[in-house]
Design a protein around this ligand. Structure first.
Ligand code: PLP
Ligand code: COI
Length: 366
């Protein structure tokens, strides 16, 4: 589909854009354009449009504002050494958005249209793609239910898909700093049959109270445990988790299995493969809080990290909970362990085009 482009006549100045790209932070500055595609039950997906970035006009009675029918995605586009711009596994994000849509009874955006929308926006906002290796353009596709009416007996019959973009800096100012995490036993993120395995806004709305509690405990992030027993480790904040057992070439990486309550992260999936490419054993499994604590005490578990698109790989240095605290590896004052570092470097190398891409993960957008 060709996207209809309405150019923004009030572009950010070169001076402003250059200043933003020098210190982009995360999710605070947005590019000059956005994509919009409307869907109705009667007509399906309408024309793809690139329009100036700006506020939306929506009816105060529309479904997203009352019942939270909203889903989103997050992926990055990276400047490549040959001057092109490529996204990391955009088809995987398209597929996950379709699964999210099915769970939330929303319209599914076809993969081709999803990927074309990324290309259309990145082409329009090409000058917003940072060129340094530690920065990228974060792409935020999302969809809202726009039907007017307060009835809850049927899902919305109208949706709007939007795509915005935000230059993103490295999460790692001055090196990869380990975080301290709070084992959340007062709150749960997801329960079987719920929405934990999809990316709907409501999951994040429900997480803020737990994140605030983690902060009160002096922690950077919350670790989610299973809803029934608060025993099995699921995720960290909005990241998946990796546990490194042993060290050196014999190290083994375990990530909590996808039980239906975890988000199937694309970084998680990629790291399972990257770990094997680097010669490590990598598998999905079950890790309990006791095993985590005992493993750190005995030295069986040497490193633990969170992984996701925004921060890539974040080491965990200290774990706190109602039963006390313990350190992982060299603790919060240490750095990233060697396995965590090797995984991160290989993944970032593929994304930034400085290392080969044997699995065909990079998709050129422009
Ligand atoms: N878990 C949750 C709850 C998330 O929100 C995210 C990030 O979007 C992830 C894990 C990591 O997923 P991905 O690697 O696809 O970014
Ligand atoms: C991630 O991409 O790793 C995230 O944590 C996503 C978050 C900004 C919703």
């Amino acid at each position: 589909m060709a996207f209809a482009v309405t150019r923004n006549t009030d572009l950010r100045s070169d001076v402003d854009r250059t200043a933003i790209l020098a210190e982009p932070g995360f999710g605070t500055h947005f590019t000059d354009h956005m994509v919009r595609i409307d869907w109705t039950a009667a007509s399906g997906w309408g024309e793809g449009q690139v329009v100036p970035y700006g506020p939306l006009t929506i009816d105060p009675a529309c479904a997203v504002l009352h019942y939270g029918q909203e889903i989103f995605e997050g992926l990055k586009a990276y400047h490549q050494p040959d001057g092109s711009v490529a996204a990391f596994r955009p088809q995987a994000n398209a597929a996950r958005m379709q699964r999210s849509a099915r769970r939330m009874a929303m319209a599914e955006l076809p993969t081709e249209l999803f990927v074309e929308s990324l290309a259309a926006l990145v082409q329009a906002d090409r000058s917003w793609v940072p060129e340094t290796i530690d920065k990228s353009l974060y792409l935020r596709p999302f969809m809202i239910a726009t039907q007017t009416g307060l009835g809850v007996n049927a899902p919305s019959q109208a949706y709007t898909y939007l795509l915005i973009a935000s230059p993103a800096g490295s999460y790692f100012k001055g090196g990869v700093k380990p975080v301290t995490v709070w084992l959340s036993t007062d709150y749960t993120r997801a329960a079987p049959g719920g929405t934990g395995e999809v990316k709907c806004g409501g999951n994040y709305a429900a997480s803020f109270a737990a994140t605030a509690q983690a902060a009160e405990q002096g922690c950077d992030q919350v670790v989610w445990l299973d809803a029934a027993e608060h025993r099995w480790v699921e995720e960290m904040g909005s990241n998946n988790l990796g546990f490194v057992y042993g060290s050196g070439p014999g190290a083994r990486i375990v990530t909590p299995a996808l039980t239906g309550t975890l988000l199937p992260g694309i970084t998680r999936d990629a790291l399972l493969q990257v770990a094997q490419d680097l010669g490590y054993a990598a598998e999905e499994g079950k890790v309990s809080v006791e095993e985590w604590r005992d493993g750190c005490a005995s030295g069986a578990i040497t490193e633990v990290f969170g992984c996701g698109t925004a921060a890539v790989v974040t080491p965990i240095g200290e774990v706190r909970g109602v039963d006390g605290s313990f350190s992982v590896g060299d603790g919060a004052a240490g750095g990233a362990g060697p396995v965590t570092t090797a995984l991160r470097d290989r993944l970032v190398g593929i994304q930034t085009g400085t290392q080969p891409d044997p699995h065909g993960w990079m998709h050129t957008l422009t």
